[in-house]
Design a protein around this ligand. Structure first.
Ligand SMILES: Cc1ncc(COP(=O)(O)O)c(C=O)c1O
Length: 458
């Protein structure tokens, strides 16, 4: 028998985002062994520059062998238990983040709490700042994992700040105010606003005006700001990523320092999602102290800290890595955008991330979330591409999808674009009879009524 908490459905893993990931696992594409399998384009994973890291490792074998100047440091690392983390690692992490922020902000390594990825960092912050009856406001569309990470164990609710395609999904004061009022209508106490900058799933960075507006709003209400900056070094067009830490330097509000918290990890920028290296950065002593205690439930292993700090300390390599990685991301992004455009599919203009926010409203059989779900099922089951429907990101307009481009090879991207082309041509040739005959048998089985109902209730 499970506890009430463990069996709560607010783990969020029943969304089509997670179902798509599971379906891929059952039938993954392989050019030789399973060429008709599902291609994974629903995972924001960065595989673009693995070769650079592998080549660094082969040149620095001593690091992976746990040796320093020829002597083993195995015992030291194996016995290290301190939940504050290795000081050398925190120092390198802080310097790396400063570099990514154009050296316009200074970071104090003592204000870093290490966590097992951003997943853990976000949950710890929610745990420290809120509880049942409290809410965080989040601009839509947002990362589907937040429903699980922020709410499940903490009891905190998410209230969406509805953003619209009419202004490229930018957050407005009006939308922010509406969400704040909505939370009160629901009897929820607003504890803060959580932003994702650069955005997942939009792939856009926030302007200084957007950030200032959010800071002003939150300081007037005296609520927290959590800024998830996990994609900060994936900005490939213009170097204009502005961290919340930079914005708050100019604000007049005295309380701001204690109310702003940054979440970061190396899962995206370095593609090290398996290493589980994340962190919270905060100026708030009480948050730091509570979060440090909480972090003992999900520490970063000392062997990982040792390895990664040795990579980060190689400043020449890191500069090259960031430059080359963003160059590759930009090229891949352009490949996806231009090929989709050729088949009449447009993407939101973006400059960051590992994905595009794709407008397929014209392919819907009806301008509803039922229509979106139907199209998504068809793309997953018939076209065999796993992409994420906007509804799984709580987008308020049906017909938008997130397509990831950095977790597959160029060859696989071409296969998926070819599949999309054939699919769109088929829709166009049947445009007078776009009625959908329903998914194939396997799909009928896999999409139980409950999931479908769950989607429609969103
Ligand atoms: C915005 C955002 N935050 C947090 C996470 C979780 O990242 P991690 O692998 O570091 O736990 C993701 C992963 O996709 C994400 O996109």
């Amino acid at each position: 028998m499970l506890s009430k908490k463990a069996s709560l459905v607010c783990h969020g893993e029943d969304s089509s985002y997670f179902v798509g990931l599971q379906q891929y696992e059952k039938n993954p594409y392989d050019s030789v062994h399973n060429p008709s399998g599902i291609i994974q384009m629903g995972l924001a994973e960065n595989q673009m520059s693995m070769d650079l890291l592998e080549s660094w490792l082969s040149k620095n074998a001593e690091v992976a062998e746990f040796k320093e100047e020829g002597r083993s440091i195995f015992k030291k690392l194996a016995l290290f238990q301190d939940y504050h983390g290795l000081p050398s690692f925190k120092k390198e992490l802080a310097e790396f983040m400063e570099e990514v922020r154009g050296r316009r902000v200074r970071l104090d390594p003592n204000k870093i709490v290490l966590t097992a990825g951003s997943t853990s960092a976000n949950e710890i912050l929610m745990f420290c700042l809120g509880e049942t009856g409290d809410a965080f406001l989040i601009p839509t569309p947002y990362y589907p994992g937040y429903d699980r990470d922020l709410k499940w164990r903490t009891g905190v609710e998410i209230v969406p700040i509805h953003c619209s395609s009419s202004n490229h999904f930018r957050v407005t004061k009006d939308a922010l105010t509406k969400a704040y009022t909505q939370a009160h209508t629901l009897n929820l106490n607003v504890k803060g606003v959580l932003i994702t900058n650069p955005s997942n799933p939009l792939g856009t960075t926030m302007t200084k005006e957007d950030l200032d507006m959010i800071i002003n709003f939150c300081m007037e209400k005296h609520i927290h700001i959590v800024s998830d900056e996990i994609f900060s070094a994936t900005v490939f067009d213009s170097s204009n990523f502005i961290s919340i830490l930079e914005s708050l330097q100019q604000t007049k509000f005295k309380s701001v320092k204690n109310l702003v918290h940054v979440v970061y990890s190396l899962s995206k920028d370095l593609g090290l999602s398996g290493f589980r290296v994340g962190m919270i950065y905060s100026n708030n002593e009480r948050v730091l102290s509570a979060a440090t205690k909480m972090s003992s439930f999900g520490l970063v292993s000392s062997q990982t800290q040792h390895l990664v700090s040795n990579i980060l300390v190689d400043k020449k390599f890191m500069k090259y890595y960031i430059k080359e990685n963003t160059r590759r991301l930009k090229k891949r992004h352009e490949m996806l955008v231009s090929n989709l455009k050729r088949i009449g599919i447009h993407c939101l203009t973006s400059n960051a991330g590992l994905f595009c926010w794709v407008d397929m409203r014209h392919l819907l059989s009806s301008n509803t979330f039922e229509g979106e779900f139907e199209l998504w099922k068809r793309i997953l089951c018939d076209v065999k591409l796993n992409i994420s429907p906007g509804s799984s990101c709580h987008c308020s307009e049906p017909g938008w999808f997130r397509i990831c481009f950095a977790n597959v090879s160029e060859e696989i991207l071409h296969v998926s674009l070819h599949r999309m082309k054939v699919f769109v041509e088929e829709i166009n040739s049947n445009c007078h009879d776009r009625g959908y005959n329903g998914p194939n048998l396997i799909c009928k089985w896999m999409f139980g009524l409950s999931l479908f109902k769950g989607q429609m209730e969103r």
